[in-house]
Design a protein. Structure first.
Length: 376
């Protein structure tokens, strides 16, 4: 299956994009015995799928905008992924401290956590709990203790996003799926009988093409003249990384404007990740860079919660990374973001082009299974 001979140029399904959604879809089709090809312009997981907060979670904050279905789906996917990739995905405690300055009251947060528990289903061992302020302050000494009114603990899962995506791709390969990385597409043509993709390596054909290019989807559609009913908004999120373990456990923190950020210790790498931001971008995906304004935003909000002797400065930032979230272009308020996804099927008699708009790391299993049903 590694040859580029014409013998292998026709496929049941061709997928553009080897991010988590493309790899997840390839895996599901390959399990069902389909002949699948994935074309990736760079390398597997080189885009947004390796630049996230590295969490497998339901999305606690989406309860605030009544996205109960999305949260429930993500929590079910979380459970499935914990079973499938136990070496890569682990449940971790998250602490949510409430201060007098916090924009959400302790009661509202507690009710949200209880709803999160209900949507997660069984596994009471991982249900939320009220933690005594004394216990929290003794354990987490770097955070300020004045004006602390309540502390809650809940559970979500932590992973390595790049390795997870690569493992999903490897599972697809074991089932016969072919991946071609560093593949530049020259043209895409869809007619009533066949879809033809020309690359520098070869010409490939299929009756089914799936566009899983994430935040690049609008650019891909424009470049190759592919019709679609939706567009995306590109929301960049940056993370900063400092050496050492700042806090003993993951922290869910709030800003005065109701935005959130995480403080995530990574003991295995002896580092702490802080993020993320939410900035709408108009530049091409490959031109989007980390801005100094966003770095300072995270430093400022982190320092707001740190004891004076533990505040960090710019020179302590050892690394930054930026991911671009493709959100459906139907929201005007950046604080009211949705991670729901949409499928856009363009059918021409015997051929089908399916665009994947949106999606997130956690929900790739259910997204892939829905794609299978759509393209039966």
């Amino acid at each position: 299956m590694n040859s580029l001979n014409d013998k292998y140029s026709q496929y049941d399904v061709i997928i553009i994009g080897a991010g988590i959604n493309g790899c997840g879809i390839a895996k599901e089709f390959s399990i069902r015995g389909k002949k699948v090809l994935v074309l990736e312009k760079n390398t597997i997981a080189s885009g947004t799928s390796s630049k996230s907060s590295r969490l497998i979670h339901g999305g606690l904050r989406y309860l605030e905008t009544f996205q109960f279905g999305l949260v429930r789906e993500a929590l079910l996917d979380r459970q499935q992924l914990l079973i499938e990739y136990p070496n890569l995905i682990k449940m971790k405690p998250f602490y949510l401290p409430i201060y007098k300055t916090s924009p959400r009251s302790a009661l509202i947060v507690w009710l949200g956590l209880k709803l999160y528990d209900i949507l997660a289903g069984k596994h009471r061992h991982f249900h939320s709990k009220i933690i005594s302020r004394k216990e929290f302050c003794k354990k987490t000494t770097v955070l300020k203790q004045s004006e602390l009114t309540a502390v809650f603990r809940y559970y979500d899962a932590k992973t390595n996003d790049r390795k997870l995506t690569q493992n999903v791709a490897e599972d697809a390969k074991k089932m016969g799926c072919k991946f071609i990385e560093n593949s530049e597409i020259i043209s895409i043509q869809q007619d009533n009988k066949i879809i033809t993709i020309n690359t520098k390596q070869n010409e490939f054909t299929s009756k089914v093409l799936i566009n899983a290019t994430g935040p690049w989807i609008d650019e891909v559609n424009k470049k190759y003249h592919l019709f679609a009913h939706y567009h995306i908004r590109k929301i960049s999120g940056i993370h900063i990384v400092i050496d050492g373990i700042l806090v003993p456990d993951c922290m869910f923190m709030q800003t005065e404007r109701k935005q959130i950020f995480f403080i995530i210790p990574e003991i295995e790498n002896n580092q702490t990740i802080i993020g993320t931001t939410e900035r709408e971008e108009s530049s091409l995906c490959d031109e989007i860079k980390v801005s100094e304004e966003d770095v300072q935003y995270l430093i400022s909000h982190l320092n707001f919660y740190l004891q004076p002797q533990h505040k960090i400065s710019r020179h302590e930032i050892k690394k930054t990374f930026i991911g671009i979230r493709p959100l459906i272009a139907n929201k005007k308020n950046l604080t009211d973001l949705t991670r729901e996804y949409r499928f856009d099927l363009i059918q021409k008699k015997k051929t089908k082009l399916l665009h994947i708009f949106g999606g997130k790391l956690t929900t790739h299993p259910s997204l892939a299974q829905k794609v299978i049903k759509i393209l039966k």
